[in-house]
Design a protein around this ligand. Structure first.
Ligand code: SF4
Length: 297
């Protein structure tokens, strides 16, 4: 159902890419241009880039388990057995933790990771969704809808966004899209804290993603933030045409700002690492996976 694109090297905007760029230019360099570094081996940069954290692990595994539940729901609406679900979560967590290195351990903040805390957190997040009215609604959707569900689509959510100043490449990776008649719903799971500005921006991106990929197939695109912490809650923002235009203006400016650090824009080659400055705000460094490289650990 989704459009495909031939490979182009030019950088693509995404909320997370611009977030990293805004956080620290050096972190942005290591995250996106590690191959261009002359100071440290690429293997070291990649090792640090691959570090996970408890929060990232809980979010990632909650997404994986919900994906499995939705795929099961396409075939069966049998009641979910909580004991079997807990065993499934436990197996997923143990498999995931086999080859992951946690930054909390790598940087010696903790001796070990508490596996049962991760299992309980993932299980609780998943059950918050399973016990929600939204899950009951999803469950009763007709077969015609279920056949069209797009659950954690592969790839990076590549899309194109038309602005007054031309077409831009962007990545807006959606969690779950489900048509219901002439409407299409986009659900985005959040296991962490609410971040109204960032999450709203993501949802506008998802709306544009759906309108690009499905053109005029649906009358309404309804993006929903589903928070899976504490108790189930949703944010269904009103998105006006003015919001969309502002989003496109911001996206254009953010893409151009990131391209200032390109030596060759078309090929997305970076300028020298020295121009990717280290943040002045050293308090940010204590959460950064690359702090060993900057000597800020
Ligand atoms: S340790 Fe600090 S300066 Fe270095 S990349 Fe990370 S955030 Fe930037």
């Amino acid at each position: 159902m989704l459009k495909q694109f031939p490979f182009t090297p030019i950088l693509g905007w995404s909320v997370s890419r611009f977030d990293t760029f805004s956080y620290c230019k050096r972190k942005y360099f290591y995250t996106y241009y590690g191959k261009a570094d002359r100071e440290f081996p690429l293997a070291k940069i990649n090792e640090l880039k691959a570090l996970t954290s408890e929060a990232l692990t809980i979010g990632s595994l909650a997404h994986d388990v919900i994906e499995a539940i939705l795929k099961r729901l396409q075939k069966s609406t049998d009641v979910i057995d909580e004991t079997r679900m807990k065993d499934f979560v436990k197996a997923q967590v143990q498999k995931y933790m086999l080859d992951k290195v946690f930054s909390e351990v790598y940087y010696k903040e903790k001796d070990t990771i508490d596996e049962s805390y991760i299992i309980d957190s993932v299980f609780n997040a998943v059950m918050i969704f399973v016990n929600s009215e939204r899950f009951q609604w999803v469950k009763q959707l007709p077969e015609s809808s279920k056949k069209q569900w797009i659950i954690e689509p592969g790839g990076y959510g590549e899309t194109r966004i038309q602005t007054d100043r031309g077409e831009l490449k962007a990545y807006c990776k959606v969690d779950f899209m489900l048509p219901d008649g002439k409407d299409i719903y986009i659900l985005d799971w959040k296991t962490g804290k609410a971040d109204e500005y960032k999450h709203r921006k993501q949802l506008i991106g998802y709306s544009l993603f759906a309108s690009f990929h499905f053109e005029n197939k649906f009358d309404r695109i309804i993006p929903i933030l589903a928070y899976l912490k504490g108790e189930y809650s949703e944010v269904v923002p009103e998105i006006s045409q003015a919001d969309i235009e502002n989003f496109k203006d911001d996206m254009y400016a953010e893409t151009r700002a990131m391209q200032q650090l390109n030596r060759d824009i078309e090929n997305n080659t970076p300028v020298d690492k020295d121009e990717f400055t280290q943040t002045d705000s050293e308090s940010k460094c204590k959460y950064c996976e690359f702090r060993e490289l900057c000597g800020r650990n």
